[in-house]
Ligand binder design. Structure first.
Ligand SMILES: [Zn+2]
Length: 276
């Protein structure tokens, strides 16, 4: 008997058809200690990850066991489920495991308990944290940002200016070593109007995301256009960077809040057609 149930037996490949209830109490088969929990783990204080074989099951499930220290858990230890305060029909209904009180008897469930309606969706919250290591040229770019400067690099062969700098010219395959400081003004080459709301969006649609070709640069820079109705944004429109207040600057491109029209006449198509 496997918990959680797979659709097919991994050994015989036969479909598993019979649901059976197992106990909410079981035995620790193996465990490891987590001295420093990270975000989104089941507990915010040190705990153990353990393989727990629930009574009645033949396989173990992995979950957190809430014990005070790594001296308070051992293989063969009896543990039981601590249910979440609110159960919604997800694996997260199991908040964690805790040492089983021998005086308390294990509750068990039969398979036909609850609704016979099939579960049509499962909510699985996931998150991903990662550390981005900036290359030397990106580091220079971000340090420039912290000083309110936009730094690019020029290819010594084709003379193209890349911003943010890539460290090498993809056309000539040579290092781009010359640093070039760019103006905060430029031309909208292409753009899109974002009308669709999505999770984590910080601006209310509709808004414009555009490629801005900074004056002196050869590749466009993706940023937001504000200070104008989304439907009035156009190719060739001249714009300028709007920076956050000086005291809020850091080593991030977010120091530039957005770009806005700078009042200059639109640039002729020929001036940016090679940069689309
Ligand atoms: Zn080049």
């Amino acid at each position: 008997m496997r918990v959680p149930p797979p659709e097919f037996d991994p050994v015989t490949h036969a479909a598993t058809t019979d649901f059976v209830g197992v106990a909410s109490e079981g035995t620790v088969v193996s465990w490891t200690w987590v001295p420093e929990p990270v975000k989104a783990q089941p507990l915010d204080h040190p705990f153990a990850w353990a393989l727990v074989k629930l009574d009645g099951a033949d396989t173990a499930i992995m979950h957190a066991v809430d014990v005070a220290s790594n001296d308070a858990i051992h293989t063969g230890m009896r543990v039981r489920i601590r249910w979440a305060a609110e159960r919604v029909g997800a694996i997260t209904d199991i908040a964690c495991f805790e040492p089983a009180d021998t005086a308390e008897h294990s509750e068990s469930f039969s398979a036909d308990e609850g609704s016979a309606e099939g579960v049509t969706g499962v909510i699985t919250p996931v998150s991903l944290d990662y550390v981005y290591a900036a290359s030397p040229e990106e580091s220079a770019f971000f340090r420039g940002m912290a000083e309110g400067r936009i730094l690019g690099q020029r290819c010594p062969v084709c003379r193209k200016v890349y911003v943010p700098p890539r460290g090498a010219c993809p056309v000539d395959g040579v290092p781009t070593t010359d640093e070039v400081e760019l103006a905060g003004s430029g031309t909208v080459t292409t753009f899109c109007i974002v009308n669709v709301p999505f999770l984590g969006q910080r601006i209310t649609p509709p808004y414009v995301s555009a490629y801005v070709l900074l004056d002196g640069a050869d590749i466009a820079f993706l940023h937001l256009i504000q200070g104008i109705d989304a439907h009035d944004v156009r190719m060739g429109m001249r714009v300028e960077a709007v920076w956050k207040p000086r005291e809020e600057w850091g080593t991030t491109i977010e120091n530039i809040l957005h770009f806005q029209p700078n009042g200059e006449p639109d640039a002729a198509y020929e001036t940016y057609e090679g940069h689309l």
